[in-house]
Ligand binder design. Sequence first.
Ligand code: PLP
Length: 490
Amino acid sequence: MSEKKPPRSPMDHDEFRRIGKETVDYIADYLETVQSRAVYPGVQPGYLRQLIPAEAPQDPEDWEEVFADVDRVIMPGVTHWHSPDFHAYFAPGNSYPSQLGDMLSNALGCVGFSWAASPACTELETVVLDWLGKMLHLPEHLLAGTAGAGGGVIQGTASEAILVALLSARTKVIRREKEADPESSDHDVMKKLVAYSSDQAHSCVDKAAMIAAIKLRKLPTDSDFSLRGTTLSAAMEEDRANGLIPFFCCATLGTTPSCAFDKLLEIGPVCCEENMWLHIDAAYAGSAFICPEYRPLLDGVEFADSFNLNPHKWLRVNFDCSTMWVKNRADVVDAFDVDPLYLRHDNQGLVTDYRHWQIPLGRRFRSLKLWFVLRMFGVKGLQQYIRKHVSLAKEFESLVLSDDRFEVSAKVVMGLVCFRLKGPNTLSERLLQKINETRKIFMVPAKLRDTYVIRFAICAATTESSDIVHAWNVIREQAAEVLAGVQNGV
Ligand code: PLP
């Protein structure tokens, strides 16, 4: 009987060196040729289960076997977000410096929840967030500096940043109300709290309000889909008269449906006068504020208690990296501070412990990828990238405007164009369905009030003018079929 060998380690250092290099080649080949693939996969729900065994293998498999399944099992079901034919959602961040930063973060594998858990992880994050804050010309009080009360943190997503802001504001207002009325309980205060955003704000604001068990009023916007100060103050007045306590407003710069901008210079003073927490969600458009010509859209940030943007959207950083700045770090720490013995360290209180700034305990070394990107593109390289996306969007807008079967449905300010076929919503619904069925380009819709629009977002870093023309040709071809179908009564 042969003696049973212990399973060998799946990959030693030398194998990793060889295979790792081959994998980097695979990644570079993939990204270099991504446009040769259909941008949207042709698989049906449940396709993958049929391609792999129902259980994990008992015995180790070879890398060659495992990796062959990437092409066989995974690639057929991948939506190619970095293809120049991808025009859905918003731009996804990607670049090689960022990928290398993530690789290094994975290799170091530190879980930097406190300064002591890996000092470089904490310290780089604080400094790089100051760098980015300065690129955006944020007010001094949002930066950490060496002794500031504020500062920056990297959250995984904008949804987390907004939830952190809302929970911090909730803790602060509960404390204030209980000081004013020591007889009242947390519950007494909470049931009176009301938060605000525009009716164009991202659904993650609704989700944050659900989690925080807070009433959220989504306020109507003006003809440009922007929230106005007067609308906010009227809503607050009404709520106060009904015994409610307005305490939080989330303004959006660059809304998801149409990339509209709330009027910060009107909303900010209202929040300040009313002692209400102002959070600014600039998940997509925020990156553009590194360009002086777009920075005026951020005027009013000086009124904000917190602000977030997603470098993982429009600043060449791969998911996940949502940068958030707060005016008063103590407000956040108060809401999230739990302090068991096993997490304490000797420098506690003297240094930043990011575990008190977020929902989870563990955190990755995400600042590495942001640091690599800022250094390897430089501010000028990133500005150039933003400007190119905006000019491609303008190019697409002119094509739409040149065809009188179509209309542009909202102002084009950044890299997003909302457009539609003139006439009933059903025409544009049918058009988008047919376009996406071709799998030549991929877009998603939005509703602007009752109007169905198709969103054309400039997404891939490699998108060129020829891709805009290609997309427009696909759209026109399909539109001709939809309109011919209508004429023939189909
Ligand atoms: N806010 C806005 C304005 C967005 O456009 C999005 C996503 O597109 C989000 C928030 C949510 O982003 P995340 O996936 O980082 O939570």
